[in-house]
Design a protein around this ligand. Structure first.
Ligand SMILES: [Zn+2]
Ligand SMILES: [Zn+2]
Length: 284
């Protein structure tokens, strides 16, 4: 009996991991094909770092993404099992807490995750952990959509750790969790895809600056010791961990858009000056 339950657990894990890979690779893959292959020249002016990453980095990111979805699968299957046994606070009838709570719970989840991510990320930058674990994610100096899941397995465990943390402490409707996981994936890929879509002045606007930008996380990959946030730029501002030239570099990225477009130049590979390279890197 024990063997059968272990086998069924293993099968569920494989199934869940396969579903997660399909979701991730369909999403990240189509964004990659669109922006890095098909419309590469057309939208090049929106590219934050005006150069392409080496192919070997893209293969490495894809390889690590497979480990990540497997780890995510293991944890999610355990959470589903705990939920079946009514050990979590996941609930099913919406009326149990009503619609206002439903929407509030999604917002709460996003803010809790933002805080969880910022502080676990700071911890991962602690030298012994950085050198052994987090460095895998940082090998992508010029990130692509596939960098979103390119983690060391230990980091994958830390990242998915938000799910058990919230389902054992806060009541969530099951669909609110689906919504949250789709939002997380979307924002994660958006932060890694290497393109900036936000308008001029976003990073310094009185209200909008509290939301993160793709440039912010792109700079984290480039300069390493700054810009640790996920959805918002709240903790980085409070803890003064934004790159000192974040807002300035954001505007430089926006200014790049005015340079002649590759499609108009009729030119081969882009030879636009790499603006970010001129920014002074943070020293030890
Ligand atoms: Zn980092
Ligand atoms: Zn990253």
């Amino acid at each position: 009996m024990h063997i059968f339950s272990s086998l069924s657990n293993l099968w569920n894990t494989v199934e869940e991991s396969a579903l997660l890979s399909v979701r991730f690779f369909l999403f990240a893959g189509s964004i990659f094909l669109f922006f890095y292959v098909w419309k590469k020249h057309k939208y090049w002016y929106l590219k934050i770092q005006q150069r392409l990453p080496d192919k070997k980095h893209i293969y490495r990111e894809i390889r690590y993404s497979f480990y990540t979805v497997f780890i995510f699968g293991i944890v999610i299957v355990q959470v589903m099992w705990a939920s079946k046994n009514r050990w979590t606070l996941i609930y099913y009838p919406i009326d149990k807490y009503g619609w206002p709570y439903y929407f509030f719970s999604i917002l709460l989840m996003i803010f809790v995750h933002d805080t969880y991510f910022y502080w676990t990320h700071r911890l991962l930058h602690w030298k012994p952990l950085y050198k052994t674990v987090h460095v895998v994610h940082h090998r992508s100096i010029n990130p692509t959509p596939f960098s979103a899941y390119a983690f060391h397995p230990v980091e994958a465990l830390v990242e998915i750790g938000i799910i058990p943390l919230i389902v054992f402490t806060i009541p969530y409707h099951v669909t609110a969790l689906y919504f949250f996981s789709a939002y997380t994936l979307l924002m994660n890929i958006f932060g890694h895809m290497g393109y900036e879509f936000f308008p001029k002045g976003f990073a310094s606007n009185r209200f909008l600056k509290w939301h993160n930008t793709a440039t912010n996380h792109n700079m984290h990959h480039r300069f390493v010791k700054c810009n640790f946030g996920l959805y918002f730029n709240i903790w980085d501002r409070l803890m003064k961990t934004n790159h000192p030239k974040y807002e300035e570099i954001y505007e430089e990225v926006i200014a790049q858009r005015k340079l002649p477009k590759i499609s108009e130049l009729n030119a081969a590979p882009p030879v636009v000056e790499d603006k970010l390279a001129t920014a002074k890197e943070l020293s030890d």
